[in-house]
Design a protein. Structure first.
Length: 137
């Protein structure tokens, strides 16, 4: 009789281990953060001034970036994508200090990251970066 009880106990132990592993796997899969990245490169300057960079009449001052983020809970909340972009772009322009000298922004790149556990929670982060150049006279 002890063999029969040992066999039943062994089956229950194996079943419990499988259930725990299945539950752990499900929790890991469910709570795993999903996300994607996206980079957009386009010419952002809408100025009517044309600059010819055929000669060495400029120097690269550095790189600047601005970031804005928004969180959504149950697909509700935050700003729309255009407003987030405007916030990130204005932060970048403020950091560029374009008032000191004849400076301009070049190579404007917009990067977007969306992460979280949709539709329950996700966060959108927009980063706008550019190269600051200064013209020599």
């Amino acid at each position: 009789m002890s063999n029969k009880y040992e066999y039943i106990t062994l089956l229950e132990t194996n079943t419990m281990k499988k259930n725990k592993l299945s539950l752990l796997g499900f929790c890991f899969w469910f709570l795993n953060s999903c996300g994607y990245n996206n980079a957009i490169l386009f010419h952002q300057n809408q100025n009517s001034t044309q600059v010819i960079l055929g000669t060495n009449n400029f120097k690269v001052v550095g790189k600047v970036s601005g970031t804005a983020e928004v969180e959504y809970i149950l697909m509700i909340g935050g700003l729309d994508k255009r407003r987030i972009y405007e916030n990130a772009y204005s932060e970048m322009v403020n950091k560029a200090n374009l008032d000191s000298g004849s400076r301009a922004l070049a190579n404007v790149v917009t990067e977007e990251h969306v992460g979280g556990v949709p539709p329950f929670y996700y966060k959108r982060t927009l980063t706008v970066s550019a190269t600051v150049i200064e013209f020599k006279w």
